[in-house]
Design a protein around this ligand. Sequence first.
Ligand code: NAP
Length: 298
Amino acid sequence: MSSKKHPLNIAFIGLGVMGFPMAGYLANAGHNVTVYNRTSAKADAWLQQYPGTKADTPADAAQDKDVVFACVGNDHDLRQVTIGEHGAFATMPESSIFVDHTTTSASVATELAAIAEKRQIGYIDAPVSGGQAGAEKGALTVMIGGADAHYQKIVHLIRCYAKMQKHLGPVGKGQMCKMVNQICIAGIVQGLSEALHFAKRNDLDTDAVVEVISKGAAQSWQMDNRAKTMSQGEFEFGFAVDWMRKDLSIVLEQARTSGAHLPLTALVDQFYSQVQAQGGGRYDTSSLISLLEKPSGK
Ligand code: NAP
């Protein structure tokens, strides 16, 4: 399975917002892709758009595959599709590689990698950044942990849907890097929310303000991609607050065990819990501004 051009036998588990287009890029690159999705209608929809086959369980999908990808929800879901009943590890052949794109704890990655190793299966943790648009455009950023030999065997596959990928060290380091990513986002979104709120309260033209400051040191991805919708109070798209809270709970647990101090991240996590309490769990993370514009109880 070393040649870049040789089509590989691949399984992809989890055809959600992210996994659906990622699996599509692998199929369009000429690989033989078998998909599994818990709700099988999504696998049927995928087969309407891409060449491939579907399986009824992760174990069936993983049988005889060179590489098995997953992009499911959280630690629990990942355990289910790997070592649960009909999990993929049961049927993956020796020397195959499991690549996980789910955002999970680093500890579940090391736990599953140890189980995989006993079965002579390689394990790569490879959480992503870039959101639905990044997945659909094939322009994700991928943060990778795992053995170098395993990384070298799968990196050409990841390039099918990534604009940037980086090998950061052994299993777990990809998830750790994603935690750093989420810490940055939490602080930046709160800062941007306060800035836009302040601009509005002081009768500034927020579009004009953003136009000029986005060309200076205040620029950010969040400013470029979210300032307009934040000003307009539009949040029904993007990366859900529920997912962000899942990610921040992983971050804060890792901070506790490593002795890192994250006062701002902990505070922003509380703000996100307020957005959830107000019914905004599926809103984009930029909805933090709604707490300032419409404080609860006022
Ligand atoms: P999603 O649309 O909710 O899809 C989740 C997928 O996982 C679905 O296919 C779901 O199957 C499957 N799944 C969940 N639990 C399962 C279980 N126990 N057994 C089998 N399948 C299960 O989520 P997403 O937006 O694609 O996100 C996937 C991962 O990427 C998450 O870890 C998220 O934090 C991360 N991520 C998301 C974004 C984003 O912008 N959305 C950005 C970066 C990272 P069903 O169809 O049956 O529900």
